[in-house]
Write a new protein. Sequence first.
Length: 255
Amino acid sequence: MEPKLTHTVAGGVATVVIDHPAKRNAMTAAMWRALPPLLAELAADPVVRALVLTGAGETFCAGADITSLGGSAEGGDAPQRLAVLAEEALAAFPRPTLAAVRGYCVGGGAQLAAACDLRFAEEGSRFGVTPAKLGIVYPASSTARLVALTGPATAKYLLFSGELIGTGRALRCGLVDEVLPAGELDARAAAFTAVLAARSPLTQAAAKEFAAGRTDRITHWEDEARRSQDAAEGVAAFLERRAPRFTWTPASAGE
């Protein structure tokens, strides 16, 4: 089968699947290139309220397809550059993102998972950041993101050694948010993203920027909060014991 990214949208949740099972869902250069425009398309869809990234079959992503590492760097098209562009596009996605991980989440796969807002993993999954095995300098932005998640000690352990860690350590160090028993990952990811899709997108959008350390749009979000009817709707729904119907959308905020 041709390596590809597939996607579906249902119930306000977009699901993007890394589909290259012949090589444990390793990302080819074409797949790296395809991810940013796909994310832009999904970000422009007002129906999409959350996004799940996962892998086909029993593996999340085993990294970059090693056969692509000899590609030309001309035109900024080096494999690592492509990976960073895809990672940054995922991190900048304006709605909540969740990596649903089973099996191996290694190298470029770990980059993608770290770029998501949250990570749920099936018990027995394995995580690794492996540039030291190949003599590759891990990107500064990717290193900073890993340190922010796990702390410097665990980030150094992973980067210096290239060793894989299991879900227990990944959960303890903050690389993973939840660990699910075998067979329960998909149902839990679906249930949780349904919750995300029902919550205030205004709250989520502002929180995502603030959590990333962005401070140049505080006034913007204060203005959006005043203009939006979501807070009034949330209080009314609480008092009336019904589900809220939030109406603010990213498009109205100029995103």
